[in-house]
Design a protein around this ligand. Structure first.
Ligand SMILES: [Cu+2]
Length: 97
């Protein structure tokens, strides 16, 4: 009886730990280098394309700094996919990690 309780609480702790890991692994923030943007319009174009991508939660694009900061759910979208979305807007992007 006592052993069973220990086993049950161990399983419960394991499930809790596993779900906590998957929650913390789901949301990531990445900074991508974007080359070729010359004005705020370019930045908006990149931003809109990223925002309409499934899994993207927040986007900040700076044409002066030539970069995009993206908060995304890594269970729904990958860094490689984000790079492709930026490339599709006509700018050059590379993933550095
Ligand atoms: Cu522009």
């Amino acid at each position: 009886m006592h052993k069973k309780n220990i086993a049950l609480s161990f399983i419960a702790a394991l499930i809790l730990a596993t779900s906590m890991v998957s929650v913390s692994a789901a949301v990531r923030i990445i900074t991508l280098t974007v080359r070729g943007m010359t004005c705020g319009g370019c930045a908006t174009r990149v931003e809109e394309a990223l925002k309409s991508t499934n899994g993207v939660q927040e986007v900040r694009v700076s044409y002066e700094r030539g970069r995009a900061v993206i908060k995304y759910d890594d269970q729904k979208v990958t860094a490689e996919k984000l790079r492709e979305v930026i490339q599709s807007t006509g700018f050059f992007c590379e993933v550095k990690q």
